[in-house]
Design a protein around this ligand. Sequence first.
Ligand code: PLP
Length: 401
Amino acid sequence: MNDESDFEAWHDWALDTQAIRAGHARTAEQEHGEPIFPTSSFVYGSAAEAARKFGGEEAGNIYSRFTNPTVRTFEKRLAAMEGGERCVATSSGMAAIMSTVLGLLEAGDEIVASRSLFGSTVSLFDKYFAKFGIVTHYVELSNLEAWEAAMTPRTKLLFAETPSNPLSEVVDIPALAEIAHRHDALLAIDNCFLTPALQRPLALGADLVIHSATKYLDGQGRALGGAVVGRDKELEALFGVVRTCGPCMSPFNAWVFLKGLETLSLRMRAHCDNALALARFLDAHPAVTKVHYSGLETHPQHRLAADQQRGFGGVLGFEVEGGRAAAWSVIDATRILSITGNLGDVKSTIGHPATTTHGRLSDEQKLAAGIAEGLVRVSVGLEDIEDIKGDLARGLDALMS
Ligand SMILES: *Cc1c(COP(=O)(O)O)cnc(C)c1O
């Protein structure tokens, strides 16, 4: 049997078993697959029952902004996979980050964050949270002294993505957690690039794991969603935000992500294999001046990445000589890879960070962040690796002639 009383058992299962089995409480219909509950509200047997449920005296479904069985199944499954007590699902990755800050910080509190963050996360911190008196200080991801130096008595949250996008820089999560906890702050890791299949930040000392389910958790570019995983205490505050402010996940999307989780490990292993093969191919190509992928032995943080991760992920960056024109010509010569901002898809995607994801940065900021004009980012998908190599070789070979 697999019902909610098996909660403790889920936490002892291996990740691949959790990904397929955890979280589903079978209904009276005895369904084998996880059902979708496309309903906005739930009914009560009596006025008294409604009163008890609204008053919180009795558990049960009320309204899908905060209690939907399909969403709950996704939350329980991801909580088990990340090794957290609780998960709250959200409408997008950005909603997950927004709910975390709204739930846990107040005006006057400060965030210390890695400089290498997803662009919208920086906008959220600087354009919106700053408006309400929450200030963010940015530091170089891998420089632990810089994190330490940015801490103040008002620091409540440390926020990082590791490995970074698109340069594949890594931070030592246990060391960062130690800094956070010594200052009574929380450490949140955006685990979008590796997923629990390749990295479990809570086991390494982080307090919160943040996901854009839009990426690898779905894995097939079909739906937007997000999630936060951690302890009951912090997640209860976050749940309050989602319940009241409404950035909730739709039951249909939750079902899509549940199906995505079932094949997550297999897909991540295949993404890693293809990315490493492509990194080696690019590293050996005479038109490529640099490859950024922590799976290469020459990457400055290869050892740290190998110790803290179970794989190096599916995203890499590479540089060509000739700046923007050369990078664009390699991108435009592809016929299989999609020129798009999305990543974590079975379809390989390619883009030019300096004019897209990092286009809002000034020239000095780009230089500081290592975003060169000749830099190209690839999210390596699951097409045949020889076809992916050939698609990039077309533009790279042309640069040599
Ligand atoms: C895409 C992404 C987000 C935002 O997620 P959405 O689902 O697009 O809102 C946050 N962090 C990282 C690292 C991302 O790649």
